[in-house]
Write a protein that binds this ligand. Structure first.
Ligand SMILES: NC(=O)c1ccc[n+]([C@@H]2O[C@H](COP(=O)([O-])OP(=O)(O)OC[C@H]3O[C@@H](n4cnc5c(N)ncnc54)[C@H](O)[C@@H]3O)[C@@H](O)[C@H]2O)c1
Length: 253
């Protein structure tokens, strides 16, 4: 079903984006992997036989270039998965202002631009899928994460608005809201917190990170990729505008 679909995946050099790119490659889709980390991106693209674009997605011209290159290569865009993101933790009075700008550009403006530039291709063929890698922080907040939570809440709004606009053209737009996913980023946080609190890494996961979740385990990147795969099928054509949680019950309480 995904064979030969042209898919752009951002943040594809690591973690969740990489798992999504691997899923698409296994389905024989035509994958364009996008990331700022050139060395890691190239290595994975060689392994998967994918195309790649090195881009700093906090920059408007780089976002434009991603879709231009994809269109030159394949003359269309079928699926866009916005994944690239970073985290900064700081109290509001110390929150670095340049970090705020960067994070809003990367995690909200880039998905807007990439959707805008991909849209005409999807609209013309009356089929498209946009999937935004959101977070439970697109639904609820945690202290000290003002830019992250604001960008992700904005992404929920962008998802809903574009879902309404895409309906008549067979374009669905959804966001996926995971709790903690075991990626290199999270592994580093676990080790750091274990050292800070003087407790085991298992206790950091169950007692601190997953305190609010009913199921006390970390998600794996391939579990997120499986949801992306389903959202790309024709069976999922009625799922649009959703903020789909995969959070072990975190936001159910
Ligand atoms: N890991 C989690 O627990 C978790 C939970 C919920 C949501 N998410 C979301 O999933 C997404 C991916 O997270 P991850 O854990 O896989 O992180 P990761 O650090 O493993 O991967 C993020 C990728 O984004 C790339 N990137 C960073 N800045 C960039 C820029 N300016 N331009 C282009 N690429 C850039 C990085 O190089 C990296 O390859 C993020 O949007 C994050 O908010 C992650």
């Amino acid at each position: 079903m995904l064979k030969d679909k042209v898919c752009i995946v951002t943040g594809a050099a690591s973690g969740i984006g990489l798992a999504i790119a691997e899923m698409f490659a296994a389905e024989q889709a035509k994958v364009v992997m996008v990331d700022i980390n050139e060395a890691q991106l190239k290595a994975h693209c060689e392994r998967l036989g994918s195309e790649y674009v090195v881009a700093d997605l906090s920059k408007r011209e780089d976002c434009k270039n991603v879709v231009d290159v994809t269109a030159r290569l394949f003359e269309k865009v079928d699926i866009l998965v916005n994944v690239a993101g970073i985290q900064t933790v700081s109290p509001i009075e110390d929150f670095p202002e340049d970090k705020w700008d960067f994070m809003i550009n990367l995690m909200l403006t880039a998905p807007f631009l990439l959707t805008r530039y991909s849209w005409p291709f999807m609209k013309a063929q009356k089929w498209g899928r946009v999937i935004n890698l959101n977070s439970i922080h697109g639904l609820v907040a945690s202290e000290f994460k003002s830019a992250y939570v604001s960008a992700k809440h904005g992404l929920s709004g962008l998802t809903k608005t574009t879902a309404l606009e895409g309906g008549p053209f067979g374009i669905t737009v959804n966001s996926i809201c995971p709790s903690y996913v075991q990626t290199p980023l999270v592994d580093k946080q676990i080790a750091a917190q274990a050292a800070t609190h003087g407790i085991s890494e298992e206790e950091v996961v169950s007692k601190i990170m997953l305190q609010k979740a009913a199921v006390k385990k970390l998600l794996q990147p391939n579990e997120v990729a499986s949801v992306v795969k389903f959202l790309c099928t024709d069976e999922a054509s009625m799922i649009t505008g959703s903020t789909m949680t995969i959070d072990g019950g975190w936001t159910a309480a």
